[in-house]
Design a protein around this ligand. Sequence first.
Ligand SMILES: C[S@@+](CC[C@H](N)C(=O)[O-])C[C@H]1O[C@@H](n2cnc3c(N)ncnc32)[C@H](O)[C@@H]1O
Length: 247
Amino acid sequence: MSDCIAGTNAVGIGSRPDPAEFIRANMRIAAVPAIPEIRLYTAHPGSGLRRLVEWNQHATEEDGPEPEPPYWAYIWAGGAVLARYIFDRPETVAGRRVLDLGAGSGLVGIAAAKAGASAVIAAEIDRNGVVALGLNAAANGVAIATIGEDITSGPPPPVDVVVVGDLFYAHDLAGRVVPFLDRCLAAGIEVLVGDPGRTGLPLSRLRLLAEYQVPDFGDAKGETRPSGVFSFEPKDCCHRLKTKSLG
Ligand SMILES: C[S@@+](CC[C@H](N)C(=O)[O-])C[C@H]1O[C@@H](n2cnc3c(N)ncnc32)[C@H](O)[C@@H]1O
């Protein structure tokens, strides 16, 4: 990820840029490959995102943890495939309350809002990401409420559907997300996952609904990879199905 944040602008120690001003000035708004219905602020080689993510290299503990790479600035296959699925099957979200968990740019939540969700909440831990998401939502003419903290250790908010785009990229994160999604299922919430097969993907809990070829961040221009949209299923689902078929 380090080369993706390399820019030509110097880091101004102690002078954190205003994230909204920075994004408007240094990123380009462009249609998303495979999702032409949505335009997002997107990073390019001259964006100099380092100035946003490393502004506090001399910060104290009170300033909070080290900033994460700016995942929100890029298009991920898992989000792209889920957004495509939502546009192709708007009934998945129409009239329903949606939580976009690990929302990043907001691609999936924006797709849900445009497809007729009655309300969309986006949960994103990166504060620059929360700002980008707000700008992206506005640029696409939709309203999205944001939660700028990790909600995976608590109860799910009152929604009907949780959409999870490309959030299984690390085992420790997957280890927190899966129990949260189990609490969602227990609360009667449907859970949809979009993913190209990242390292922490809980395959034994997933049922494939659709597959698309979509571009992924870091791939060569014009390249695509197969990525799936899955339903996250209860733990004993396969056992129950087997028992049923044994009659
Ligand atoms: C690979 S990006 C995918 C973004 C978006 N869902 C998409 O598909 O375009 C993962 C995002 O999840 C965020 N994230 C990681 N852990 C999180 C957590 N516990 N709660 C909320 N967001 C989280 C990261 O900051 C990052 O923006």
